[in-house]
Design a protein around this ligand. Sequence first.
Ligand code: NDP
Length: 493
Amino acid sequence: MAEVERRQDRSPVPSAFDYAAAPESREIVRLEERYGLFIGGEWVEPRSGEFQPTVSPRDEEPLAEVAYAGAADVDLAVTAAREAFDNGWSDLAPSERAKYLFRIARILQERSREFAVLESLDGGKPIRESRDVDLPLAAAHFFYYAGWADKLEYAFPNRRPRPVGVAGQIIPWNFPLLMLSWKIAPALAAGNTVVLKPAETTPLTALLFCDVLRQAELPSGTVNIVTGDGRAGAELVEHPDVDKIAFTGSTEVGKEIQRSVAGTGKKLTLELGGKAANIIFDDAPLDGAVEGIVNGIYFNQGHVCCAGSRLFVQESIYEQAIAKLKRRMGTLRVGDPLDKNTDVGAINSQQQLERINELVATGEEEGAEIYQPPCRLPEKGWWFPPTVFTNVAQSYRIAQEEIFGPVLSVLTFRTPDEAVEKANNTPYGLSAGVWTEKGSRILSMAQRLRAGVIWANTYNRFDPASPFGGYKESGFGREGGLHGLEPYLEFDE
Ligand code: NDP
């Protein structure tokens, strides 16, 4: 691997020209020393008696201690959710349910700076992204589903929709608040109650969200947050009084959950990994496409299930495209997530950094050529420079496995048929990107690519009205749009 220098300070690396540091103040965030579990509208001490620190990936600073729920805690949370479901929430006039969702959305907007700073502190993503992407989209999801809450009869005409019951929701660490919103907003709009488990490394925005729930005066027990590790997730999945499981995370854990839920009658949606193809044809506007490649893989340090981690370039423009890409990579600023100039923040955890290192090492061993722009990484914390591999064969692990880091593998193709065949040669099927000037080619590629989401001449665009989800090992079920309501409803047909 290229030599990457370590440096003392955390300011982003100056590239083409110097930027003065523009740090976002963290004063707006008030953290408790210790957080219990949010059950039945109250903070409760965990029956397990266990607490663990959550640290900031930018400097390994402990931020707070967080409860680790055990079986008795999960049971208490599910009981609270069941009571809330039976004693009011499911029978509440849908227009009243909508009012709560609108309130939550507005409070998230009002407190968005506080949430954005906390998200970047706890998870390591650049403040520019938490401020401009995660927070606006999280609020937008609540607004969107608030709008459907009293229109379910029209959304599903002649099908008499009714809520499922208690939803158990398990979310990952890459978009903590946004994934929470993707899960909680449709569940509440459909009249369900919720027990949600955030990821071990990023619990803090979910805990701050409990404050929003109180501010919105959401009836107690409607949403319960149980922090902890995978054991708490497994307890939630196995709890007999949970009616529906929604999971976003690794394919491996998704498969375990599917096995555990099989035969229980619980509804299940899984949003798992990906190894998306971003395909550039020779007629594509190249500068725009290069921006799309960069956004596709270096956004959120590549911790994105739909990241465009395999780049397919048409052979005739290969040299030019790679030269432009490398030049653009040289301008990416890696550093303090709280600096408003930062493009690439910290890697979420030591464990994830090790996984990235391991896969990158296999890329070099198998014969791919690595490029990393000159980059001085901060001394403390977990970092990985933007990386591109060329000379990649389809069989290499870096072309097959989800790296979930800022690492791009480049392959080439000559014809559209070859591009489709190579792009579909993966166990995953979550997303893809197509860059071309021809509308007919976009449509034909979109029909042939086996991916749940296909972007044309753009990448990583999200909208609450647009369904998101995968095929094959990327999971099943959709989140977002009307499709995202269906898993939270039963129908009398
Ligand atoms: P996991 O799938 O382990 O984590 C996702 C969520 O599931 C977390 O809340 C986790 O808790 C919880 N969990 C873990 N084990 C269980 C279980 N047996 N039953 C129920 N819930 C469980 O992902 P990792 O964090 O371990 O990341 C590993 C890899 O997964 C990444 O390198 C990446 O490739 C992929 N990934 C994909 C994501 C996506 O969006 N599709 C998101 C995250 C990861 P806890 O955090 O406490 O372990």
